[in-house]
Design a protein around this ligand. Sequence first.
Ligand code: ZN
Ligand code: ZN
Length: 225
Amino acid sequence: MRWDENLKMTDINHHLTDALLMAYSAGSLPEGFGLVVASHISMCDECRARMESFDALGGTILENTEDTALAPESFGATLERIAKGAAAAPAPPAPKERPTIFPGPLVDYVGGDLDQVKWRSYGIGLKQALLPVARGSTVRLLYIPAGMAVPDHGHRGTELTLVLQGAFHDESDHFGPGDIEVADQDVFHTPTADQGQPCICLAATDAPLRFKDLLPRIAQPFLRI
Ligand code: ZN
Ligand code: ZN
């Protein structure tokens, strides 16, 4: 079970901004953001088509920015995987293969699917798993039990969140599978998982969050959030 077989473009309501797609196309996004963007693009026909038009415009820019934040080989490899994913017919699932909720680019970072994730608990039901990326951003998988809230917080930089399973809502909107939320300095929110099933997200940040309450502030340096 892969995203491209099961998720229709029309199921996704929140997409990448032009600025993010352009930066990704130019290879200038920090690695963590690049992973979130690549993951969304692999699920979303609309954003893939928009990115291809930026790629067509920006071919020469790409050549000149090979040594920016994103390592050329990882960026190139990501594009290659996206190209393959877009072109190849869906392969029939192997008989013993477990259903996956991870898009292709994420499978490569985790080294497998959900059952390969090395979760670390926040201690209040929330779990996270940091993924290895270069300096300049952090990217993590978040596990939010059904009905539970992430401590309310603001943002010093940009936070990019992609829903992989379940759904969450905050003060601004509702986000389901495949949806992207872009939160910046102006956003102060309390993301809360919908009832029914746990919400699993991929979230990238380029600066520490600003927590209102003392407890998450104390835990912050240890969790790198
Ligand atoms: Zn999209
Ligand atoms: Zn946030």
